[in-house]
Ligand binder design. Structure first.
Ligand SMILES: Nc1ncnc2c1ncn2[C@@H]1O[C@H](COP(=O)(O)OP(=O)(O)O)[C@@H](O)[C@H]1O
Ligand SMILES: [Mg+2]
Length: 253
């Protein structure tokens, strides 16, 4: 437990779509600290996206509370990154990345440009991409741009819904690594929904399996201070096995 209260606290969260016989989200509890990546796994249709939509404020809880501890005066504390990017096709990459600046004119333009360049370097994108349009980029580049676009709003918490699942394997690996470094260096927090156990073990500080409307089972994977758990190591395999066994038994009912 940290001395300060968690960044995000969810208590007794309940939600159902009208006419549903069972609640999609049923007394769900979760707390997330700064610097953490929390992964949510679970069968298709178990309510993972619904939970992210509730946290993002796109859906209204039927009961329960979602508390995000934000710094005073801050407007955009949540960034939401989808599986397919939500870039504006008619804007160049630079136009897409400077969206935060265009929306919030109180930002300093040269500071926004500096931040943008810092993120481009972090995600291994050259400055040549700035003049291109989304359609001219590969899937991996588009997803990088889309992550940077969210980061330009300087959110404390990032929500990611299967963000890397449409990418080829090697692009996925590098993006996972770049994203982990980013969360550490910039002291962000992230909730990552994925169907990929390997991804959860490679990226998560904790992983949850969602079932019956709750985060039914928790796995501790790594602490912030710990060394990396390398792919292919016995430790990696052990976490993978544990999660897989549990997921298998939940999915097969
Ligand atoms: N807009 C909606 N109206 C009614 N039911 C929905 C809606 N969106 C999702 N659902 C249902 O809610 C459940 C959870 O969906 P979802 O959160 O998308 O699951 P997941 O992301 O885990 O695959 C599913 O049974 C789905 O069919
Ligand atoms: Mg989903």
């Amino acid at each position: 437990m940290s001395a300060t209260s968690p960044l995000l606290t969810i208590e007794n969260l309940c939600f159902d779509f009208d006419g549903q016989s069972e609640k999609t989200v049923n007394a769900l509890e979760l707390s997330v600290e700064k610097g953490e990546i929390v992964c949510i796994l679970g069968a298709s249709g178990c309510g993972k996206t619904t939970v992210l939509n509730l946290i993002a404020g796109l859906l209204k809880p039927k009961s329960g509370t979602i508390n995000l501890r934000t710094e005073a005066g801050k407007r955009n504390s949540i960034g939401y990154i989808f599986q397919s990017d939500a870039l504006f096709p008619w804007r160049t990459v630079e136009g897409n990345l400077m969206l935060a600046f265009d929306i919030n004119k109180s930002l300093d333009r040269s500071k926004a440009t500096e931040t943008m360049q810092q993120y481009l370097a972090m995600f291994h994108l050259s400055r040549q991409v700035l003049m291109k349009y989304p359609a001219q980029l590969s899937g991996g580049m588009r997803q990088r741009v889309s992550i940077i676009q969210s980061l330009m709003f300087d959110p404390d918490l990032l929500l990611l819904d299967e963000p890397f699942s449409a990418l080829d394997y090697y692009t996925k690996l590098s993006l996972e690594e770049e994203f982990c470094n980013l969360v550490k260096e910039k002291k962000k927090a992230a909730i990552l929904v994925t169907h990929d156990i390997e991804e959860a073990v490679a990226m998560g500080s904790r992983a949850f399996i969602m079932s019956g409307g709750k985060l039914a089972k928790e796995f501790g994977i790594r602490r912030e201070t710990e060394n990396e758990i390398t792919r292919g190591s016995e430790e990696f395999a052990k976490h993978y096995r544990e999660i897989w066994m549990e997921l298998k038994s939940i999915i097969s009912g």
